[in-house]
Design a protein around this ligand. Structure first.
Ligand SMILES: [Zn+2]
Length: 84
């Protein structure tokens, strides 16, 4: 297996999503995020959730997110922390 850039972990991906949606993410970071999203259902779902919130309200805060999505991400983060 070969990596051209270090793979994103979910925590990093989530941090990048809001910049990604605002269009302020540098192209190289956007590529890394897109690659992560293609392989990670949880972050892909998170992105979709963020998109829906932004479409509805024009802006996004953590308070606007579906608690189920947040809870799923928190679980995911704990798994990653245990693995590393
Ligand atoms: Zn992920």
């Amino acid at each position: 297996m070969r990596w051209t850039a270090p793979p994103l972990v979910c925590r990093e991906a989530v941090e990048l999503v809001s910049d990604f949606l605002e269009g302020s993410l540098p192209r190289r970071e956007r590529r890394r995020l897109e690659r992560h999203l293609a392989a990670c259902d949880a972050c892909d779902a998170y992105l979709e959730q963020m998109r829906a919130v932004i479409a509805a309200s024009g802006r996004v805060t953590a308070d606007d997110l579906d608690p189920d999505v947040l809870e799923g991400l928190v679980t995911l983060f704990h798994q990653y922390q245990q693995e590393s």
